[in-house]
Design a binder for this molecule. Structure first.
Ligand SMILES: [Zn+2]
Length: 70
């Protein structure tokens, strides 16, 4: 049995959280899912901000997420 997923892309918006690694300023940018998410620059530091999700300092809490290096 198939579920027909209706993907009305025109109105789909994604919220992207960015953080400046220098001053820790955080901003949220709303984009269409069809747009290429490009990193904005910090207004103060003039460096490229990083996606909070991609930030290396992020920690997944709750456990159960292991990598078994072979
Ligand atoms: Zn900054």
């Amino acid at each position: 049995m198939w579920l027909a997923l209706r993907w009305s892309g025109e109105n789909q918006k994604m919220m992207y959280d960015y953080r400046c690694t220098e001053c820790n300023t955080e901003i949220t940018i709303e984009r269409s899912i069809h747009d290429e998410p490009r990193s904005p620059s910090c207004f103060d530091c003039h460096i490229e901000m990083v996606r909070k999700f991609d930030a290396p300092s992020i920690q997944f809490k709750g456990g159960g997420f292991y990598v078994n290096g072979g």
